[in-house]
Design a protein around this ligand. Structure first.
Ligand code: NAP
Length: 241
């Protein structure tokens, strides 16, 4: 049994891994979800254990309803509770709208949006029984502002904002808070092939974000912000002010 448990989807790398480390530093045991990169997931688990918390990797595809359900059950069986859920796993399949295939539309909507439905529903059931919990959904600034070449991704990230506000209204009376983060450009594998040097001119803070910048905001919303729900916190160096 765990005293405090955080389940973070897509925690093998990038932003999810940084969130896992930040929440571990706050004393949370961590369930590390990943899709296929077992070496990265195991390395994250080792780093978390070195911080003195319990951690275990759980391989399941968040875009698959049945797998997500079973994945949450496995986390519950191991740790006995879930206090924080970070719906972070995500992918991009960029392309102009008029050339976008069904496959690329569905892959991004399923992985970035439907996943939050699939994972959150069984987690909320647990949180309702506990009469407490906190969910943070990883949206994006492009879910707020749109972005040419990212119709699928922007639609999924905007959908997460609608889901966040609705769940905040439905679940507040049960002691469950639901918020979203909208990151700007963050240095991870997802952005490594972009020529990001041209973006810094448009960012008031004149640098890309690091995964740790997002993790601090996630920890704030998930753990510290007792009277905050239904909010979308832009963590983007001022990009879309
Ligand atoms: P990343 O470095 O590419 O890492 C993606 C993570 O998601 C990995 O842990 C990956 O697992 C996992 N994942 C992917 N598909 C999955 C699936 N179907 N089931 C379970 N896990 C899956 O990405 P990132 O940059 O850290 O992004 C994290 C989140 O932040 C995403 O939702 C992304 O849209 C959002 N975001 C990122 C930026 C940015 O600039 N980087 C900006 C705004 C929002 P494996 O390691 O097993 O593949």
């Amino acid at each position: 049994m765990s005293e405090k448990l955080a389940l973070i989807t897509g925690a093998s790398r990038g932003i999810g891994k940084a969130c896992a480390i930040e929440l571990a530093k706050a004393g949370y045991d961590i369930a590390v979800n990943y899709a296929g990169n077992v070496d990265a997931a195991n390395k994250t688990v080792e780093e978390l254990k070195a911080l003195g918390v319990q951690a275990e990797a759980f391989k399941f595809d968040v875009s698959n309803h049945e797998e997500a359900q079973k994945g949450v059950e496995a986390v519950l069986e191991k740790f006995g509770r879930i206090d924080v859920l970070v719906n972070n796993a995500g992918i991009t399949r960029d392309g102009l709208f008029m050339r976008m295939s069904d496959e690329n539309w569905n892959a991004v909507i399923n992985t970035n949006l439907s996943s939050a439905f699939y994972v959150s529903q069984p987690v909320v059931k647990i949180m309702m029984k506990q009469r407490s919990g906190s969910i943070v959904n990883m949206s994006s600034v492009v879910g707020v502002s749109g972005n040419a070449g990212q119709a699928n991704y922007s639609a999924a990230k905007a959908g997460l904002i609608g889901l966040t506000k609705t769940l905040a209204k439905e679940l507040g009376s049960r002691g469950i808070r639901v918020n979203a983060i909208a990151p700007g450009f963050i240095n991870t594998d997802m952005t490594k092939d972009l020529d990001t040097s041209k973006f810094t001119d448009f960012i008031p803070l004149k640098r890309l974000g690091e995964p740790e910048d997002i993790a601090k905001a996630v920890k704030f919303l998930a753990v510290d912000a007792d009277y905050v729900t239904g909010q979308v916190l832009e963590v983007d160096g001022g990009l879309i002010i």
